[in-house]
Design a protein around this ligand. Structure first.
Ligand SMILES: [Zn+2]
Length: 176
């Protein structure tokens, strides 16, 4: 809740608990290409954290359970990254006092700005590549058109063959 409020106040817009993505991320910021998980230190086995202490009773049960959760979290992260998402994990213990919360949210906002810049740069590259490919295609068509015109002017190709070739290309018919 604190994270959501902090993001909203800073002008970020997001979706919550997005089931369509692996692991149902708590917060998804599409414009920033980022998903955020807010993890409980116990359930997700926050390594080295004082909030992650296995109960004395049924210790093996808890250990197995939490190790499964850790493996599942890692697999989810891998899948999300393969889909191109940046994954940010916030831990409960990083949010449990107002001072820590402020620091954590501050760092989160910085990370989001970095992710946005990277995302924009990548989109820019993609658009530039598309434009380049379009230009190359146009030039190729132009070259093909002038070559076909030249073939037609140089050789006396019967009209029927010209018409038949319209679905393929006249240049394909001639073996240069
Ligand atoms: Zn923790």
């Amino acid at each position: 809740m604190a994270v959501r409020k902090g993001l909203f106040a800073a002008g970020f817009r997001y979706r919550l608990n997005v089931r369509a993505l692996p692991g149902t991320p708590d917060i998804v910021l599409k414009k920033y290409n980022t998903v955020i998980f807010v993890n409980g230190c116990f359930w997700h086995g926050h390594s080295g954290c004082r909030h992650f202490v296995l109960p004395q009773t049924n210790m093996q049960f808890w250990q197995d359970k939490i190790e499964r959760n850790i493996r599942r979290d890692a697999a989810v992260k891998t899948r999300l990254e393969a889909l191109g998402w940046k994954v940010i994990v916030l831990w409960e213990c990083e949010l449990n006092t107002s001072a820590r919360r402020a620091g954590t949210i501050g760092r989160l906002l910085e990370a989001l700005k970095d992710n946005e810049a990277e995302y924009r740069a990548e989109q820019g590259r993609r658009i530039a590549m598309k434009a380049l490919r379009r230009r190359e295609n146009e030039e190729k068509k132009k070259r093909q058109g002038s070559l076909e015109a030249e073939i037609l002017s140089r050789y006396d190709i019967p009209r029927k063959i010209v018409l038949d070739s319209e679905n393929s290309s006249l240049t394909d018919l001639c073996d240069f």
